[in-house]
Design a protein around this ligand. Structure first.
Ligand SMILES: [Fe+2]
Length: 464
């Protein structure tokens, strides 16, 4: 049974408090002072002065030694500038010290404690040449220099809604921690999370799902710790991340927590949840990734203003993709297949599809998304980049569709070749001499499918 803890991500000794206790034991105050004072009444004055001097020296040394930071999470992510930042979540009144290639540098405060978020978020911009980075004495990933292997995960949180919920405390039912460990074991150079981190939006309905009893809920740090930072710890330690915003991180949901911790932009306490993240590019080792925020537009209708905004971004992405091999990262795919109520098969976001319909750059290598809680690979009869959907890394899966999606209709697009996998897991992309291949794995690292991504049309086939 899940038991709520006061601090769900605190898995190591609270070093700061330990250090403080040692100082109290050593300094000439409290019980120690009484003890030394009584010894100083000893007729052998030299013993008294020696003890007093020793206590003084210990006190000075203790005061000069900074307390170990209480770090709840630490990671490295790419940001809107195209560079990388080390980030940390701490309970301390100040940000911890980092080192970059042996040089100590103070991290700066990104987000101060606030309602629901008693922790402090700290950041440090990293030069692309940095090779060794620590935060409060513990290594975090340095910016990637080469990318031979990229892990993709998406839609990872534990679904908790009023009338039904996943068994968040049962790792065989909510498998994100297992996925994160298996994905980290692949030793990737880069990790892409295509969004939807937080699913514990409402209190656990214990009558229908006892295995989520006591879980935190809502947009606050205990929820972020339980749904993301704690289970993601192996991933956060394995490689720098590209973090895509999901529709669970829009402003009416977990948007403030997202902006505090994971946004690629600066955090502004006066506007703690911007509606849209900036569009940005990351170039590593001759490969570019364009990150487009598709979290906010409505799925079930076309919002003309939002579609126009997305068209502008896609035009800029197209110009960049014409000059460098580029993969597009979005949370919502423009076109994908999912099976809703009453067996109605439908595509993804109508607003994004309207924008992408005339503006999705053909020069893109592939689009990689989540949102649909399945794995899918799709190509379309009118050409254009193929679509990968990796939305199966922990959140309750969608209802299965036919495994062969070929010939099905997704909005105005006809699927030329499509594969659906109804299983939890993640994807590993491997760089080849002239492009990329992929392996789709389940949470135990068992192979589910292999893919040819580029060059040539995207094509995935089930593992034998
Ligand atoms: Fe989503």
């Amino acid at each position: 049974m899940w038991q709520q803890r006061a601090d769900p991500v605190e898995v190591r000794p609270r070093l700061g408090k330990t250090a403080a206790l040692k100082r109290e034991d050593s300094v000439p105050g409290g019980n120690n002072m009484v003890s030394i004072a009584s010894i100083c009444r000893h007729p052998v004055a030299r013993l008294c002065s020696t003890l007093a001097l020793s206590a003084f020296v210990v006190a000075v040394l203790a005061a000069a030694t900074p307390a170990a930071a209480d770090v709840l999470a630490r990671w490295t992510q790419y940001v809107a500038s195209g560079g990388a930042e080390a980030r940390a979540v701490v309970t301390d009144p100040a940000c911890p010290e980092a080192t970059v290639d042996g040089v100590a540098i103070a991290m700066t405060e990104r987000a101060a404690p606030a309602d629901g978020f008693p922790e402090r978020v700290c950041a440090l911009a990293l030069g692309e040449g940095a090779t060794s980075v620590t935060v409060a004495g513990v290594a975090v990933p340095a910016p990637a220099k080469t990318i031979g292997r990229v892990v993709v995960v998406g839609d990872t949180g534990c679904r908790v809604v009023p009338n039904w919920a996943q068994a968040c405390d049962d790792p065989t039912k909510w498998v994100f921690a297992t996925v994160a460990a298996a994905a980290a074991a692949e030793k990737p150079d880069l990790i892409i999370h295509v969004g939807d981190y937080i699913y514990r939006e409402k209190p656990c309905p214990t009558l229908v799902q006892p295995a989520c009893a006591g879980t935190p809920s809502g947009d606050n740090f205990p929820t972020w710790a339980a749904d993301f930072f704690t289970p993601a710890a192996p991933l956060l330690a394995a490689a720098p991340m590209i973090v895509v915003r999901g529709n669970h991180e829009i402003c009416s949901r977990a948007g403030v927590g997202y902006s505090r911790h994971l946004s690629p932009d600066a955090f502004d306490p006066a506007m703690p949840c911007p509606q849209k993240d900036p569009t940005y590019w990351i170039a590593i080792d001759g490969q570019s990734f364009a990150v487009l925020d598709t979290s906010f537009p409505p799925d079930a209708r076309v919002d003309p203003a939002m579609a126009a905004m997305l068209r502008q971004d896609l035009t800029a992405i197209g110009a960049a993709a014409a000059t460098a091999p580029t993969m597009l990262l979005t949370h919502k795919p423009a076109w994908a297949i999912t099976r809703g109520a009453h067996d109605r098969v439908y595509g993804s976001s109508q607003t994004y599809a309207a924008a992408a319909g005339d503006s999705l750059p053909r020069a893109l290598q592939v689009a990689i998304s989540g949102h649909i809680h399945l794995f899918e690979s799709l190509t379309f009869t009118n050409g254009g980049p193929g679509q990968l959907v990796v939305g199966n890394s922990g959140t309750m899966l969608e209802r299965p569709t036919p495994s062969d999606l070929s010939g099905m209709q997704a909005a105005d697009r006809t699927i030329a070749a499509g594969l659906e996998i109804h299983d939890f897991g993640f994807m590993v992309m491997e760089r080849t001499a002239d492009g990329w291949t992929g392996r789709v794995l389940d949470e135990t690292s068992a192979p589910l499918a292999t893919c040819a991504i580029v060059p040539g049309p995207l094509a995935c086939r089930l593992a034998p």
